[in-house]
Design a binder for this molecule. Structure first.
Ligand SMILES: [Zn+2]
Length: 99
């Protein structure tokens, strides 16, 4: 696990996002940003991919919650199902071996 808790943003509170799985608001830096590429959802590991993003705790339980609630297509404002397997593979695997 990454060390955290010491980041400062010029005295301002860290930006927060809501996890699409468990709906808990968490510092953006603690969440995995997801972006949609056509019908796939991929983890934006560098925070650089363009487009609408969704935030998820980097945990399989939050991914499963999001899947069960169909929260991810809603977050991306698409009607159909999206392929979450790249995100699942990232969460199941060694992060440094992905991308
Ligand atoms: Zn969560």
């Amino acid at each position: 696990m990454r060390q955290h808790g010491k980041l400062e943003y010029g005295g301002q509170a860290a930006p927060q996002r809501t996890c699409v799985g468990c709906r808990v608001r968490t510092a953006k830096t603690e969440l995995l940003r997801l972006v949609r590429v056509e019908d796939h959802v991929v983890p934006d590991l560098r925070g650089r991919l363009p487009g609408r993003g969704a935030s998820l705790h980097p945990s399989l339980s939050c991914l499963e919650l999001a899947e069960r609630r169909r929260a991810i297509p809603r977050a991306f404002r698409v009607p159909g199902p999206l392929d979450l397997s790249p995100v699942r593979a990232h969460l199941e695997g060694e992060p440094r071996n992905v991308m």
